[in-house]
Design a protein around this ligand. Structure first.
Ligand code: ATP
Length: 275
C-alpha cells in the first residue's frame, strides 16, 4: 500500500468504471523540453461524471499534462479531445468556451476584489455582452446582470461563502481563498473541471471537507473532474479511476484499489511520498 485512506472524505458511489460516454480523450501525447522527455505517449480517457486522479512522484509529468489539458502547452505528438473534438491549438484564455474550468496550485484570484466579484468574473467568462448594450443598460443587459446575480448567489450558498461575500479576497485565509477559486471555476459551468493540487496548503479538516465538496460537485453538477494531487488519501478516497505517471510514462491505470496495489506504482513511490 502506498498510502492509507486517511482523508475520511466520502467515497464516490462505485469506484469501478461504469459504462458512459468519454468526455476527455488523451491519445499518445508526448512533450519534451530540450532533451528532457516530460511526457512519452501518454493515453487515457475520462468519462462523463467521473473523477480521475492523476498521481506520480515529483517530476513524473503531472503538471506538464495538466498544462496540456489547459492548452498552455501543445504536445508535439498525439491528440487531446473533448467530446470527440481536438482541443489542440486552442487559446488557454478561452478554455471556458471548450467547457473546461480550472483552478491553480497557488490560487489566482483578484485579491482586491470581493469574493462575490471574483465569482462573478468566472460567470462573465461564459456570457456574451457588447460595450454599447452594456453602456446603454439595454433591457437584455439588465436581464443578464440579474441572471448573473442569481448564479453568484447560488454558488456563494453552495460553497458556504455567503458570510464573506463582500470581503476582499486578500483578507481571507488560504483555505477560504481556495474555495473562492473553485467558485470562480464553477461559475463558468464547465463540463470538465481541472483541479491542480487543491489540497496543497490545507489543514487535515479542510482536506476532508474538500473531498466531500468535490464529490458533491461531481454528483450534483454533472461534471467530470480531473484531480492532480499529491495527497494520496484524498485521491484514493474520491477518485473513480486513477492514472499513475512516472518519468513521463503511464505506469498504471485503474480503480484506486488496483493502482494502490500495483507493484510498479509501489516501486515508484518507494523512498517516500507525502499524503
Ligand atoms: P511535481 O510533482 O514535482 O510538480 P510533476 O509530476 O508535475 O512534478 P512536471 O513538472 O510535469 O512533473 O515535470 C516533468 C519533467 O519535465 C521534469 O523532469 C521537469 O524537470 C521537466 N520540466 C517541466 N517543465 C519544464 C520546463 N518548463 N522546462 C524544462 N523542463 C521542464
Amino acid at each position: 500500500m502506498i498510502a492509507s485512506n486517511t482523508s475520511g472524505a466520502v467515497r464516490s458511489a462505485g469506484t469501478s468504471p461504469t459504462p458512459g460516454d468519454v468526455l476527455l480523450s488523451v491519445r499518445d501525447i508526448s512533450v519534451s523540453f530540450g532533451g528532457i522527455k516530460a511526457l512519452t505517449t501518454v493515453s487515457f480517457d475520462l468519462r462523463k461524471g467521473h473523477i480521475l486522479g492523476l498521481i506520480g512522484p515529483n517530476g513524473a509529468g503531472k503538471t506538464t499534462l495538466f498544462n496540456c489539458l489547459s492548452c498552455l502547452y501543445r504536445p508535439w505528438q498525439g491528440d487531446i479531445s473533448m467530446n470527440g473534438k481536438s482541443i489542440l491549438g486552442q487559446s488557454p484564455h478561452r478554455i471556458c468556451d471548450l467547457g473546461i474550468g480550472r483552478t491553480f496550485q497557488n490560487v489566482a484570484l483578484f485579491p482586491q476584489l470581493s469574493v462575490a466579484d471574483n465569482i462573478r468574473v468566472g460567470a462573465h467568462a461564459r456570457t456574451r455582452g457588447d460595450l454599447i448594450s452594456d453602456a446603454l443598460r439595454l433591457p437584455w443587459t439588465l436581464r443578464r446582470e440579474r441572471q448573473l446575480d442569481g448564479q453568484v448567489g447560488e454558488l456563494l450558498e453552495f460553497l458556504e461563502l455567503e458570510e464573506v461575500a463582500d470581503v476582499l479576497v486578500s483578507e481571507l485565509p488560504f483555505g477560504t481563498q481556495k474555495r473562492v477559486e473553485l467558485g470562480r471555476a464553477l461559475a463558468a459551468k464547465p463540463s470538465l473541471l481541472l483541479l491542480d493540487e487543491p489540497a496543497g496548503g490545507l489543514t487535515h479538516g479542510e482536506v476532508n471537507a474538500l473531498g466531500e465538496l468535490i464529490v458533491q460537485i461531481r454528483n450534483e453538477r454533472n461534471m467530470a473532474i480531473l484531480l492532480v494531487e499529491h495527497h494520496m488519501g484524498l485521491v484514493m478516497s474520491i477518485a473513480d479511476r486513477v492514472v499513475a505517471l512516472d518519468f513521463g510514462r503511464k505506469l498504471a491505470e485503474g480503480t484506486p484499489g488496483e493502482v494502490q496495489s500495483d507493484p510498479l506504482v509501489i516501486k515508484a513511490y518507494l523512498g517516500g511520498e507525502d499524503g
